[in-house]
Design a protein around this ligand. Structure first.
Ligand SMILES: *[C@@H]1O[C@H](CO)[C@@H](O)[C@H](O)[C@H]1NC(C)=O
Ligand SMILES: *[C@@H]1O[C@H](CO)[C@@H](O)[C@H](O)[C@H]1NC(C)=O
Ligand SMILES: *[C@@H]1O[C@H](CO)[C@@H](O)[C@H](O)[C@H]1NC(C)=O
Ligand SMILES: *[C@@H]1O[C@H](CO)[C@@H](O)[C@H](O)[C@H]1NC(C)=O
Ligand SMILES: *[C@@H]1O[C@H](CO)[C@@H](O)[C@H](O)[C@H]1NC(C)=O
Ligand SMILES: *[C@@H]1O[C@H](CO)[C@@H](O)[C@H](O)[C@H]1NC(C)=O
Length: 680
């Protein structure tokens, strides 16, 4: 009884252990097995010692020296194994331990039976040997890695600055006062490119030894990485790296202490120091192991309980955080920041073939990250009029808006004059490519169309009321509704008003951004916008979905009438069914008629007569609810706005390449200042 209970109690732990051991650690950046330095045989004492040592090195209870350096030895005489693990200076805590844990698995896999081996990831490195490696400088094997992108211009200027930076960093890292033996910093080239650099030694090295190692590594830079935007030299005892984009997190690197030379002060005790003579060590192990095991189990159990509780508590926050699946560092701009180099690689350097569309805010490209994830990258036209910090803050806010009917903003990239927004990729085309296409439209039966209407309404309601910010979309239209593989609608391009300073400079002119045929009259004519102007656009969209016709460019028989006028006339005359797309042969007529009714209510001229999105959802959900009778909608197309407005071609974030000549146009015009409502 007890045992089955105990097993039950254990099962989550066993499950955890088994699932964790199934996951393969990622490949090293590079590694080396020194087979000429000797082999050990399987099941030898050396192997047992090595395994014990590596397990203790990456155990969750080993904190190393507290700043990412792990040094220990285990065994005796010829079977003594020595290991050193080192995380990049900004990588700490769990990430560091996870990286080392991966390294221990990977290295023994890759170098079976080799006494000496060395491997590294971006975040950490691990080496082990049968001889003492503590405080011994090892410069080979050395690895050279470079970024494939070339420095665009003024290579000499770039290199002069780079050398100055790396010399400076090497000095800082090697200095007696530097406990971590790590330094990071940036410099700016003559043509205003930022170079990010790091230099690092294993912290067991004395100043001059570390310095020698780094000087040697720096000397390799011109050989490996001449003309490249990024490069690194990795040696067992030290490494240097530079890139044109940030590849480390400077916020987790504490400032260098100015006093206390580290090597003269006693180093913190290693957590798994060499065991004392064998008889004692055996008894110690025999007694300690069961205690340790039970303590470990209890601790694991509590961790799991805590985790479960924390996950529950965190669920809400997690949902709000993009990329939350692989990082706990949430809410910081850095965690959402992508490298320009990564984006360049993923979009094949913004190749024309990957271009999905072009519009008022910039072009959109399709990309694929190294992990296989598809993304859509919006390359903003340079002048968003916002400072870097404001831009980052706004991205953070917009990225927190997450709903199944919104296209998810995954992050951004901000480098030099480049400003990119990275979105999840939505596989199907935008709605306009389907609903206004005579052949594709026929595939969209009423059930699917209704699902699109309801989904869009839900997404909009979230933006208006349920999210922490009150977001007014301002440019809701068929081409901003993307359709995913399951034909769910996802609203794109929301929050653009936050990411762009629409009131130019501090003056009192503003741009109105919206699309002909979808803009509420009060917005188009007076620049007044509110949630109700989005409701108007939604109404137009509903009527378009029902009829399969575009509001602007609507044709019915010989009458050159816009969709809204036609809808209203038909409604009044009791012939509203004329509005229904003839390809819709199935589906509930009552439901379709109700949608026309709701659409008309949304496009009422009087703002107060339009329902809120919450009411719209209610109307869609409850057939018993009696709808108000609509009055004449706003036909602003016939009013004061003429076609001589300055027009800007539309930005299309759809998945298919847009035909620019066919796309709707965006009205951009100067207007009086308006203010975005404040977050609630
Ligand atoms: C390490 O192993 C090699 C090859 O087995 C051996 O020649 C060497 O003496 C060993 N070094 C130490 C310190 O035991
Ligand atoms: C160790 O084993 C590898 C193959 O596994 C072999 O190539 C190498 O020569 C061996 N080294 C020594 C010193 O025996
Ligand atoms: C360690 O490996 C796991 C897969 O086993 C991977 O998910 C994780 O990202 C790796 N962590 C680091 C820091 O390399
Ligand atoms: C960088 O320049 C070299 C020659 O100088 C060229 O072969 C290579 O293709 C360039 N790489 C890129 C990514 O432009
Ligand atoms: C650093 O410490 C070593 C040994 O304590 C000493 O010999 C050396 O002069 C020191 N270097 C500097 C720059 O203070
Ligand atoms: C590292 O390991 C060596 C050899 O096992 C030991 O002498 C030294 O005290 C350890 N140092 C630290 C900082 O752990």
């Amino acid at each position: 009884m007890l045992s089955s209970r105990f097993l039950f109690f254990l099962s989550p732990i066993l499950f955890l252990i088994s699932t964790q051991s199934l996951a393969q650690p990622p490949d090293f950046r590079s590694y080396s097995c020194s087979s000429e330095k000797g082999n050990y045989t399987t099941d030898s004492t050396y192997q047992t010692n090595l395994n014990t040592l590596l397990t203790s090195l990456s155990s969750p209870f080993n904190n190393g020296n507290g700043y990412g350096f792990y040094n220990s030895s285990y065994g005796e005489n010829a079977d003594e194994v020595h290991a050193i693990g080192l995380c990049r200076g900004d990588v700490t805590g769990d990430t560091c331990r996870a990286c080392l844990s991966n390294s221990t698995q990977k290295l023994t896999q890759l170098c079976p039976n080799q006494k000496e081996a060395f491997g590294f990831y971006d975040e950490c490195m691990l080496r082990y040997a049968n001889c003492s490696i503590y405080r011994a400088m090892e410069t080979s094997p050395a690895f050279w890695l470079w970024n494939p992108y070339n420095v665009s211009s003024d290579v000499d200027g770039f290199y002069q600055e780079l050398r100055r930076l790396l010399e400076d960093l090497s000095g800082q890292a090697a200095a007696n006062g530097s406990l971590r033996k790590f330094a990071e910093g940036t410099t700016t080239t003559p043509n205003f490119q930022t170079i990010y650099g790091i230099a690092q030694c294993t912290p067991d090295l004395a100043e001059e030894v570390c310095s020698d190692c780094l000087v040697g590594a720096m000397g390799d830079i011109p050989k490996c990485c001449q003309g490249k935007q990024g490069g690194r030299v990795v040696r067992p005892s030290c490494n240097v790296r530079y890139e044109s984009s940030r590849f480390y997190d400077p916020t987790t690197v504490p400032p260098l202490p100015s006093s206390s030379p580290p090597l003269s002060s006693p180093p913190p005790p290693p957590l798994s120091s060499p065991p004392p003579p064998s008889t004692r060590s055996r008894t110690v192990i025999i007694i300690v192991v069961p205690i340790v095991v039970s303590v470990v189990l209890i601790v694991i159990f509590f961790c799991i309980c805590l985790r479960v509780r924390r996950t529950k508590k965190k669920l809400e926050t997690r949902k709000l955080i993009p990329g939350g699946d692989d990082t706990d560092e949430i809410g910081s701009a850095e965690s959402l920041q992508f490298d320009l180099a990564t984006i360049r690689v993923s979009t094949d350097d913004f190749s024309e073939a990957n271009k999905l569309g072009q519009g008022g805010f910039g072009s959109v490209y399709r990309g694929r990250l190294l992990n296989g994830k598809d993304i859509a990258v919006k390359r903003l036209s340079t002048n968003s009029g916002q400072g870097d910090l404001e831009f980052k803050n706004e991205v953070l806010l917009v990225a927190k808006l997450q709903h199944r009917n919104l296209v998810r903003l995954l992050g951004f990239c901000l480098e030099g004059s480049e400003r990119l927004l990275v979105y999840e990729f939505v596989p199907n085309a935008s709605l306009d490519h389907i609903i206004f296409d005579p052949t594709k439209r026929a595939q969209l039966d009423w059930v699917r169309r209704y699902k699109i209407i309801v989904g869009t309404a839900r997404g909009l309601l979230y933006l208006h009321e349920d999210s922490r910010l009150r977001i007014i979309h301002r440019d809701l239209k068929a081409s901003n509704i993307l359709i995913d593989a399951e034909m769910n609608p996802k609203i794109s391009d929301f929050g653009m008003a936050r990411l762009f300073v629409l009131h130019q400079t501090q003056g009192n002119t503003s741009r109105i951004v919206g699309t002909y045929g979808y803009m509420a009259p009060e917005y188009a004519m007076h620049g007044h916008f509110s949630v109700k102007s989005d409701v108007y656009s939604f109404g137009v969209l509903v009527l378009e979905i029902v009829s399969g016709q575009q509001n602007s460019g609507f044709q019915h028989g010989e009458n050159a009438e816009d969709l809204l006028s036609f809808a209203w006339r038909s409604w009044r005359e009791g012939t509203a069914s004329n509005l229904i797309d003839p390809t819709l042969r199935t589906g509930s007529r009552t439901e379709i008629m109700r949608c026309i009714h709701i659409g008309l209510l949304c496009v009422q001229e009087n703002v107060a007569d339009r329902p809120s999105m919450a009411s719209v959802i209610l109307m869609l959900n409850s057939y018993s609810l009696t709808l108000p009778v609509p009055s004449q909608p706003a036909f602003y197309l016939h009013s004061s706005i003429g076609m001589d407005m300055p027009l800007q071609s539309e930005y299309n974030s759809g998945a298919t390449r847009s035909d620019r000549s066919k796309s709707n146009s965006v009205i951009v015009m100067e207007y009086e200042t308006f203010t975005e409502p404040h977050p609630r």
